[in-house]
Design a protein. Structure first.
Length: 138
């Protein structure tokens, strides 16, 4: 069985962002040489997410508005976690959107359903963060 590991790095200029990382993950699958297997994509920070959904700007705006209603950034005083950093809302948003995704690899390609794409979700940006891609298979 083959194993391949790659890291992606992000430093968004805004506090929150959604970035389509499908092309980078597809490139990693190609580099791995795995024809049949699995690809794990994992946000390596507790205030960021990796998720699968449609690449449509209106939907991304809806995600942002919905998450902000569920876990508003301000007032910071509403959260017990805030102290050293004012990012409790980012932890909650990450919990909702998820830590990682696993996608099957079939015939050397990510085996997606219609419209599916992989996204990095940033909820406490303006600093360097990373995403792990781990591919295993034959």
């Amino acid at each position: 069985m083959k194993s391949y590991r790659k890291e992606l790095f992000f430093n968004t200029p805004t506090r929150r962002a959604f970035i389509n990382i499908t092309p980078q993950v597809e490139e990693a699958v190609l580099q791995s040489g795995v024809n049949e297997g699995f690809c794990l994509v994992n946000a390596m920070h507790i205030t960021a997410s990796v998720f699968i959904n449609d690449d449509e700007q209106g939907l991304h705006s809806d995600f942002d508005a919905w998450l902000e209603r569920l876990a508003p950034e301000k007032p910071y005083s509403q959260y017990h976690h805030n102290g050293f950093e004012d990012n409790a809302d980012a932890h909650l948003k990450r919990q909702i959107m998820g830590r990682e995704v696993v996608v099957a690899i079939t015939n050397g390609k990510l085996d997606f359903g219609p419209w599916e794409q992989i996204f990095y979700g940033e909820f406490d940006g303006k600093r360097k963060k990373r995403v792990l891609i781990k591919i295993i298979g034959e």
